[in-house]
Design a protein around this ligand. Structure first.
Ligand code: BT5
Length: 274
């Protein structure tokens, strides 16, 4: 399958669809970068403002959590980073990965009509044939030394849009997917990015003005992890198994271990057991 045509991304094509006040007001589109998160972190340290967005057609060193690679071939997917600065309590910042997952699900559902689920904290998955395949990944990184008095985070998101199955490394084919694979047709990237930025702006304003309750409720209705038996793989530590009981007030995952202890998990890879 050859990737169907989708016009290249440009600030003009994205702006033509964009209906936000702040997110994307400053927007740069690159042909190739190492990582959009890296470019935007440098801009943030140099004083870039809230809502600055960096997009690339390809990444040579796209990254996931714990330095894992994010496969980023040219011209088919979305690789975007969004700068959020906020003077709010740092507890609100812990909701940003979850808020972004909700925004991504809403934008993709609207534009591609797919039913999606989320694995805690922020993997966007397509359920099909009893399996869940990863469609999008989110990497949120805190920035030190940004605007005075403000807390800044770079929200990086990769969405597999028009990537054909053969473009995935063989090892990823059973666990990863794209909108092209799921819907059988290409999806225009500019309106999808615009919809994502709109949803993120709406949810970020909601978090700022009304706190996290609404976001927690929206997240819980999309999150497949809650209520499941899970194994949590922690960097450098033995895995822990238990029941994912719910979310803590900061968005951490509440886990009841086999021994009945309640733990609050703030980082780790979740494996859904049943
Ligand atoms: C993530 O990490 O899922 C976060 C990915 C964030 C990527 C965006 S792209 C724009 C911005 N700039 C960056 O440099 N990064 C962000 P994690 O949960 O650690 O998952 C990484 C794992 O997902 C890898 O180890 C692979 O197993 C798998 N993977 C890699 N590329 C993939 C892809 N394109 N689609 C699906 N799975 C992928």
């Amino acid at each position: 399958m050859t990737p169907p045509a989708d016009s290249s991304l440009s600030p003009e094509t994205i702006r033509a669809h964009l209906n936000t006040r702040e997110l994307g007001a400053t927007l740069s589109v690159h042909d190739e970068v190492d990582s959009t998160n890296h470019i935007l972190a440098d801009l943030a340290r140099a004083g870039a403002s809230h809502g600055t967005v960096v997009v690339a057609e390809s990444q040579t060193a796209g990254r996931g959590r714990l330095g894992r690679p994010w496969i980023s071939p040219r011209g088919v997917n979305l690789y975007a980073s969004i700068l959020l600065t906020t003077a709010q309590a740092s507890s609100a910042i812990t909701w940003i990965p979850l808020l972004t997952a909700v925004a991504a699900v809403r934008a993709i559902t609207t534009l591609a009509g797919l039913s999606l689920r989320v694995k805690w904290p922020n993997d966007v998955l397509v359920p099909r044939d009893g399996e869940e395949r990863k469609l999008a990944g989110i990497l949120v990184e805190a920035i030190s030394g940004g605007q005075t008095g403000a807390k800044a985070v770079v929200v990086g998101i990769g969405i597999n849009v028009n990537m054909p199955a053969e473009a995935f490394p063989e090892g990823l084919r059973p666990s990863a997917t794209s909108l092209l694979i799921e819907t059988g047709h290409s999806v225009a990237r500019a309106p999808l990015l615009a919809a994502l930025l709109e949803e993120m702006e709406r949810l970020h304003n909601q978090l700022r003005d009304h706190g996290a309750d609404g976001i927690a409720a929206a997240y819980q209705s999309l999150c497949d992890t809650l209520g499941k038996q899970v194994r949590i793989e922690l960097a450098g530590n033995d895995p822990i198994e238990g029941t994912a009981e719910g979310l803590a007030p900061d968005g951490a995952l509440r886990l009841r271990t086999r021994e009945g202890k309640i733990l609050e998990i703030r980082a780790g890879d979740i494996v859904h057991l049943r």
